[in-house]
Design a protein around this ligand. Structure first.
Ligand code: ACO
Length: 429
């Protein structure tokens, strides 16, 4: 017998039997689609903590067990064996590519890496000290105008071309955010380089010198990109889906995702972690800051700690922590902030406050330290995140466009404002 959940209104006695759907993994969902029609009610779930907003076959995460799968493949295996560009292929196409498919994919991404020359002029409208995330969102939105009439979002082949454009152009867009702020000339992509290396070349090369990033640095960045590529229906991905549901231009949807990611409760946390560690200054000060984080009267929170879904160590944080250790050892770097981070983690994980609330380091806790070791400035951290996550956003957007239940996203509300009242002329108020 099909599983159902019965909702009873104890005021009217009316009942509604709601069908329950089971996914491959994760809690079953109660289908409340006919709730309003039958009982005249909405559901109320601030922060959507218990709302499944869509069906998805891309990413699964189990916050209680600390599991993260992309298209069924555990993140640990992808991190160890794959490359970012292969993971992006997997997210978008659903399967790992054959050698030939991978070569074609790699080639087609390279062929789309350039942006229209006029795009470069958008940057100069920003103040010299504009935050790169602001520039990135603006320029991504501007790119929408270059493909707007030619993008038929109802056509699967067109959607795939759009996905390629997004994946290919984001390193170019992101690198120019950095170059503009640094007063450096823009650099065209070099098709002889891999995706990540090309990004580093466009971002960090010097016009007067040859540029060869170290293999260790390329590998570290590739790993970080893999770990940031997608993460289920988080705030920025849900924003991209909501924007996409109105049939907006996909580049504009990505711009909406970038804007949401910027906040310090989301992708902006990686930058905030570094600022926090700098403020803490020394391992001896850690306890003081942990105490501040526990104090309800103090607005200070441990950045890079806690997660809406993970109630165990974030599996991405575990991988990044090890990678950070390895990178610092390999580069022979003495990174005082890493010492502070480890002390902070040690003290917090032994503290009753954090244990009770299941607050563990998240992906952002150690990622900034790797970026810093690679000499990437803190204001660029969230841009790096956005660059990697744009792959997940576009995969999720493609899935949305194919959804048989596709319709504009339109949440409702519990209205708590004034009752209807008559306008009072200004002189009588
Ligand atoms: N430091 C101190 N206390 C915390 C922290 C923290 N970082 N995070 C949560 N708490 C406490 C809350 O005060 C609350 O305590 P209470 O039960 O006594 O009221 C409890 O833990 C639950 O926290 P919520 O805010 O309800 O959790 P929510 O799921 O809404 O928020 C979030 C999750 C935004 C990630 C939060 O943990 C946070 O602000 N962390 C710091 C910012 C951060 O690292 N963001 C990156 C997230 S990962 C990502 O987006 C890539």
């Amino acid at each position: 017998m099909a599983r159902t959940v019965t909702i009873t209104d104890n005021k009217t006695g009316k009942q509604l039997e709601c069908p329950v759907s089971e996914g491959t993994y994760g809690p079953p969902v109660i289908n409340t689609k006919s709730l309003y029609k039958e009982l005249g009610m909405f559901t109320f779930d601030p922060g959507y903590a218990t709302t499944a907003s869509c069906r998805s076959a891309i990413t699964y995460l189990d916050g209680e067990k600390g599991i993260l799968l992309h298209r069924g493949y555990p993140i640990e295996q992808l991190a160890q064996n794959s490359t970012f560009l292969e993971v992006v292929y997997l997210l978008i196409h659903g399967e790992l590519p054959t050698r030939q498919q991978m070569d074609e994919w790699d080639h087609s991404i390279k062929m789309h890496m350039m942006t229209h020359e006029h795009i470069s002029r958008f940057y100069s409208a920003y103040r010299y000290d504009a935050h790169p995330m602001s520039i990135m969102a603006g320029v991504s939105s501007a790119i929408a105008s270059y493909y707007h009439d030619r993008t038929d979002i109802k056509d699967p082949a067109n959607r795939l071309i759009t996905a390629r454009r997004v994946v290919a152009k984001m390193p170019n867009v992101a690198s120019k955010c950095y170059r503009y702020a640094s007063g450096l000339p823009f650099v065209y992509p070099d098709n002889s380089r891999s995706y990540v290396e090309n990004f580093m070349y466009m971002t960090f090369s010097w016009p007067t010198e040859d540029y060869e990033p170290s293999a260790v640095a390329v590998r570290a960045l590739d790993l970080l990109f893999i770990l940031h590529a997608d993460h289920e229906q988080n705030a920025s991905t849900s924003t991209v889906r909501l924007a996409g549901s109105s049939e907006a231009n996909p580049f504009a949807c990505v711009a909406a995702g970038i804007t949401t990611l910027w906040g310090k409760s989301h992708g902006g946390a990686n930058e905030a972690v570094i600022r926090m560690l700098e403020e803490i200054g020394t391992p001896a000060n850690v306890r003081k800051y942990v105490d501040r984080a526990k104090d309800r009267k103090d607005s200070f929170r441990l950045m890079g700690f806690g997660h809406r879904v993970y109630k165990k160590y974030d599996p991405r944080a575990k991988i990044i922590r090890e990678a950070c250790h390895a990178l610092l050892a390999e580069m022979n770097l003495n990174q005082p902030l890493f010492e502070i981070a480890m002390e902070l983690e040690r003290i917090a994980l032994e503290d009753e406050y954090f244990i009770k609330r299941k607050l563990y380091p998240n992906v952002d806790f150690y990622s900034g330290l790797i970026y810093q070791a690679l000499r990437i400035p803190a204001s660029m951290f969230t841009v790096m995140f956005a660059l990697a996550r744009s792959a997940g956003w576009i995969a999720q957007w493609m899935e949305l466009m194919e959804d048989k239940d596709f319709r504009i996203g339109r949440p409702r509300q519990l209205y708590i404002g004034e009752q209807s009242r008559d306008y009072v002329p200004m002189g009588e108020r």
